[in-house]
Write a protein that binds this ligand. Structure first.
Ligand SMILES: NC(=O)c1ccc[n+]([C@@H]2O[C@H](COP(=O)([O-])OP(=O)(O)OC[C@H]3O[C@@H](n4cnc5c(N)ncnc54)[C@H](O)[C@@H]3O)[C@@H](O)[C@H]2O)c1
Length: 251
């Protein structure tokens, strides 16, 4: 119940899917949570619901591709709660699925802006804040798509591969300074993102068949790994890219 007691945590992409599950879990483990998203109504509802149940949770509008928004998000945590211990850079978009030559430059740049620039900005301003608070844990949400290729997903795969490498470089930069940086590599998780991509007949079954365990993961199962990486239990982990994927990359 108290894995994150007295820790101040920011979760981006907090209004849905994996981010939402992480907000719930972090709050239930005693963290003060700043929930950031661009989906303001859903984000506010989540923060209000948790506050009504006795947790401390504040919603902030933050588009992670905007440097000003990310700075303001981190400043909010510092000014309201005095420190930053955990930052889960989770926000991401799937973009459009198309063969590489058919991907428009706009679509490529949007996916990279949210999924990679957003994580970079989170690391940049999150590290600064954590160094002032005496250290912390940054968790980036990459994907198995950062470890293996998927046809039709060039921008998404490039962005997530970038997150894996950014995680390793940033971890080395701050290894002796008390800031740990790790990333998650989820397999196929049953969230609104995946449901949007599985509208066509037969696709949902194909995704289940692609998972060695024979089912999709749940947002909570990913949030549990984020909790471990956020907590002091993972004190010797930094620079790791950890699959949480039902065996997807083991094949
Ligand atoms: N679902 C999966 O199978 C899966 C697998 C691997 C990795 N991931 C990654 O996990 C993360 C969460 O995905 P999910 O499946 O929960 O998706 P989701 O679509 O359910 O939730 C994503 C959340 O991010 C928010 N968001 C989108 N753009 C944003 C921006 N610019 N700034 C701030 N917030 C923004 C959305 O409003 C939404 O609330 C993403 O980075 C995704 O790439 C998901």
């Amino acid at each position: 119940m108290d894995e994150l007691k007295d820790k101040v945590a920011i979760v981006t992409g907090a209004a849905s899917g994996i981010g939402r599950a992480a907000v719930d879990l972090f709050a239930s483990e005693g963290a003060v949570v700043v929930a950031a998203d661009v989906a303001d109504d859903a984000g506010r509802q989540i923060a209000d619901g948790l506050s009504a149940r006795g947790s401390t949770c504040t919603y902030v509008h933050a588009d992670v591709s905007s440097e000003g928004d990310v700075q303001a998000m981190v400043l909010l945590a510092l000014s309201r709660y005095g420190r930053l211990d955990v930052l889960f850079n989770n926000a991401g978009i799937e973009g459009e699925f198309a063969p590489t030559a058919d991907v428009t430059l706009e679509a490529w740049e949007r996916v990279l802006a949210v999924n990679l620039r957003g994580v970079f900005l989170g690391c940049k301003y999150g590290v600064e804040a954590m160094l002032r608070s005496g250290g912390g844990s940054i968790i980036n949400n990459a994907s198995v798509a950062g470890l293996v290729g998927f046809a039709g997903a060039a921008a998404y795969c490039a962005s997530k591969g970038g997150v894996v490498q950014l995680t390793k470089a940033a971890a080395l930069d701050y290894a002796t300074l008390g800031v740990r940086v790790n990333c998650l590599c989820p397999g196929i998780i049953d969230t609104p993102m995946v449901r949007r991509a599985t509208q066509a007949p037969g696709i949902a079954e194909q995704l289940v068949a692609a998972e060695p365990v024979g089912r999709l993961g749940t947002p909570r199962e990913v949030a549990e790994l984020a909790l471990f990486l956020a907590s002091d239990r993972s004190s010797f982990l930094t620079g790791a890219a950890v699959p949480v994927d039902g065996g997807f990359v083991a094949r």
